[in-house]
Design a protein around this ligand. Structure first.
Ligand code: URA
Length: 256
């Protein structure tokens, strides 16, 4: 792989900036200063430094963000603050994008990656990766929601009614529900509760597959993820485990 390409995949600097740095002698490969942007490097084995700091190689990058309310899920936007604006400039690698979408008013677990293939696997309804949401409801949770959500709530999509996939839900307090979804229609959780006559006051995503929102991760903060975390996000969990986790950690989230 070309040296400038290697560096542009691991840093937030542009190819032009990197070209300048390389030509000015700021980059070494295996201890030797290399001044040619098109010099060949072996990403897995060569030791590369930039301005004296080692640059480690990873084909893809993953971050787990505790998204706050009020920020939009987009890579960039001319007017509004996006989830990528919450990353340190040094972490804003060129191909990063959010995995799926949380509404502006929804908080919680959001993944950000430059691994488009795995991201697609996580959001495509075909792969059945479960997403778990904690919702604070305006009115008390009613036992009949369980059956109605399992039967598949009908939502209006592009002028016609479409059934949602069967969904599990349960209550952990009279006004707090946990919902498991395997798809991501527009405003789905809010619209599903509206369809049964209730209203979602606050919404937090707590888990994807088996990957949980760490209760000690404050809003707007994020963590890098590793292969084992991504494998965990692709594994099945079940709603009773998630309910127990939410009940235990309620005081750490916005739902008090
Ligand atoms: N369902 C919603 O209503 N909003 C979200 O952000 C995610 C799921």
């Amino acid at each position: 792989m070309r040296l400038d390409r290697f560096l542009s995949g691991q840093t937030a600097l542009s190819r032009r900036e990197l070209g300048e740095l390389i030509r000015h002698g700021a980059v070494t490969v295996n201890g030797t200063v290399i001044r040619k942007p098109d010099a060949a490097v072996q990403p897995e084995t060569d030791a590369v430094t930039l301005r004296g700091s080692p640059v480690s190689y990873s084909e893809f990058h993953w971050f787990l963000l505790h998204k706050p309310e009020g920020v939009i899920t987009a890579a960039r936007d001319p007017k509004q603050k996006t989830v990528l604006d919450l990353l340190d400039p040094a972490d804003r690698l060129p191909k990063l994008a959010p995995v799926g979408r949380l509404d502006k008013d929804t908080s919680g677990l959001l993944l950000i990656t430059d691994d488009g293939v795995t991201a697609h696997r996580m959001i495509s309804p075909k792969h059945h990766v479960a997403k778990y949401y904690l919702a604070r409801l305006r009115d008390p949770f009613r036992p009949e929601y369980v059956r109605k959500f399992r039967d598949g709530i009908l939502l209006r999509e592009g002028g016609r009614e479409e059934a949602c996939q069967p969904a599990e839900c349960c209550a952990i307090a009279s006004d707090l529900a946990v919902l498991e979804l395997h798809e991501g229609k527009y405003h789905q959780v809010r619209r599903m509760f509206a369809a049964v006559g209730n209203h979602v006051e606050n919404l937090l995503r707590v888990q994807i597959g088996m990957l949980q929102l760490p209760p000690d991760l404050p809003e707007k903060r994020y963590l890098p993820l590793f292969n084992k975390d991504i494998e965990s996000a692709l594994k099945n969990s079940d709603i009773s485990t998630v309910c127990a986790f939410c009940a235990e950690n309620l005081s750490s989230y916005w739902i008090k």
